[in-house]
Design a protein. Structure first.
Length: 117
């Protein structure tokens, strides 16, 4: 059974840091491009960051310098380290896994991140 399970969300003050994780199972993790997207209250999905199967990383302009995506292949887990958080970063953060060749993809259930004083 394929699973993507996000964790690590929570409440953090503006300027604070948080690391969210996405644990994968049921598929060949190294063959998948991993992407983080988010959805703020009342808004659509926003692309945040990605790490390709080959290890190259990408960021949305508003996240560059604040967010870092990484993965631990041994643990089948991708991480999103978020620093200098702003209230506008408040959203549900989802991870997506997409096969580098077939484009088959899977989604996690999301984890809530709230930035508020």
């Amino acid at each position: 059974e394929v699973q993507l399970v996000e964790s690590g969300g929570g409440l953090v003050q503006p300027g604070g840091s948080l690391r969210v994780s996405c644990a994968a199972s049921g598929f060949t993790f190294p063959d998948y491009d991993m992407t983080w997207v988010r959805q703020a209250p009342g808004k659509g999905l926003e692309w945040v960051s990605a790490i390709k199967s080959g290890g190259t990383t990408y960021y949305a302009d508003s996240m560059k310098g604040r967010f870092t995506v990484s993965r631990d292949i041994a643990k089948n887990t991708v991480y999103l380290e978020m620093n200098s958080l702003k209230p506008e970063d408040t959203a549900v953060y989802f991870c997506n896994a997409r096969h580098y060749y077939t484009d088959y993809d899977y989604w996690g259930q999301g984890t809530q991140v709230t930035v508020s004083s």
